[in-house]
Write a new protein. Structure first.
Length: 99
């Protein structure tokens, strides 16, 4: 199984609620396309002087080789859409360990 995380940080003024809605729908579509994959959407925040401050989102993907809909092209399309939404995506991938 391959573990991939996409961290998304706004670099332009974006409506948080609209981006959250779009990300939730996108994660739902990914889950439909790859029902055996583990896909999570996390809201990232940090403590501030007046409470929690939203700093972005993280999409976590746990996929196997048989999850064809979550291939490199799908990931590239997702990253392109995230950039168009004013987010700065960073891809983190766990190194596969030998068995």
């Amino acid at each position: 199984m391959s573990q991939i995380a996409v961290r998304c940080h706004p670099y332009a003024p974006v409506a948080t609620e609209e981006v959250q809605k779009w990300l939730t729908e996108e994660v739902g579509r990914l889950r439909e396309d790859a029902p055996d994959a583990t896909i999570r959407l996390l809201r990232l925040s940090q403590a501030g002087p007046e409470g929690e401050i939203g700093v972005g989102w993280q999409i976590e993907l746990g996929v196997t080789l048989s999850d064809a809909p979550l291939d490199q092209r799908c990931l590239a399309d997702l990253l392109g859409d995230l950039r168009l939404l004013g987010l700065q995506p960073s891809v983190l991938r766990a190194q596969d360990l030998p068995a």
